[in-house]
Design a protein around this ligand. Structure first.
Ligand SMILES: [Zn+2]
Length: 314
């Protein structure tokens, strides 16, 4: 989800709940996406891949800590003055337990919205690295982003509060409606692919794409460790096989190949790659003095390469 939506959702909810300081909720809502500044740590120290976008700050515990830090910084006098000047409005925010609680409400709304998108969040870090995702929306949605920006501008403008209230309600209705359509489509995609299941391919999962009406559907054969990837078109109900993939492919001595893969699995780059992958498949190729091991994700996310290659000495 985009930053505007992350600001607006908690802000609007708190506003209609009669809360005096909905701004704290909105600020909490955007705070955890400033994790982009932490990406450099993950880049310098590959083992710390939790320091990535949608990493450490997108957890229930560190989200809370991030909200406190963010609120503390933004409530300092020089920062407040700077923002007031930039937006040509009074920007007042206190740093106390009340505003911290409201900011954490914003964080929880953020986690909920991001959970509904594809890719997943490590909600229970540091207890678990597992990612959770509702796989309903794509990462960001252009229409939602543009509408959110417009709503934000309307709230900013000095117009009658009555109109602002109407716009805010319409915005929430639109968000819920979009979510409903998405969930309905996902259900459609899974139902219509069920006819493609057989005694081998027994598991089915659907993923949203940047196109509202196209879904990626993955069938899995747990016995033979194979995947099939389909594009599903909601508008006409058609499906296209995009590819078949083995989880592990070894060219050369099988048991030595498995050993080389196990060794490669221990490296930071591979751990980091796997953590970001939807599905990790491996091609291991025996060469004269080494194993060439390529990891790839056939559902690769949009912001990184879909494969990495490492070499393991024999
Ligand atoms: Zn986020």
């Amino acid at each position: 989800m985009d930053l505007f939506t992350h600001f607006l959702v908690p802000f609007i909810i708190l506003f209609f709940l009669g809360c005096k300081n909905p701004l704290a909720g909105g600020l909490g809502g955007i705070s955890i996406d400033f994790d982009v500044v932490l990406v450099i740590i993950g880049f310098l120290f590959p083992y710390l891949f939790i320091f990535s976008h949608r990493g450490i700050t997108h957890s229930l515990i560190f989200g809370f800590i991030t909200a406190i830090i963010f609120l503390y910084i933004i409530s300092r006098k020089p920062v407040r003055r700077l923002i007031s000047k930039a937006i040509k409005r009074d920007f007042n925010i206190d740093f106390n337990w009340k505003t911290i609680t409201l900011a954490y409400f914003g964080v929880l709304m953020h986690l909920l919205l991001d959970f509904l998108t594809t890719g997943g969040l490590p909600l229970f870090y540091p207890f678990s690295l597992a990612k959770f995702s509702g796989e309903i929306y794509y990462y960001t949605d252009l229409i939602t982003t543009l509408v959110s920006l417009s709503v934000l501008i309307i709230i900013y403008l000095k117009i009658n509060l009555k109109y602002k209230k109407i716009i805010m309600i319409l915005f929430l209705i639109m968000l819920i409606l979009f979510g409903g359509i998405r969930a309905y489509e996902k259900n459609n995609a899974i139902n219509s692919m069920e006819s493609s299941l057989n005694e081998n391919f027994t598991e089915i999962t659907a993923y949203p794409t940047s196109d509202t009406f196209i879904w990626k559907v993955v069938l899995f054969d747990p016995k033979n460790q194979k995947y099939e990837l389909y594009d599903y078109y909601n508008l006409n109900g058609s499906k296209n096989l995009q590819g078949s993939y083995n989880k592990i492919n070894i060219t050369g001595n099988y048991s030595e190949g498995m050993k080389a893969i196990a060794e490669a699995d221990e490296t930071a780059v591979v751990e980091s790659f796997k953590w970001d992958s939807f599905y990790t498949c491996v091609n291991a190729q025996e060469q004269a003095s080494q194993w060439k091991i390529t990891y790839f994700d056939f559902l690769a996310t949009h912001y990184r390469s879909n494969n990495i290659t490492v070499y393991v000495k024999k």
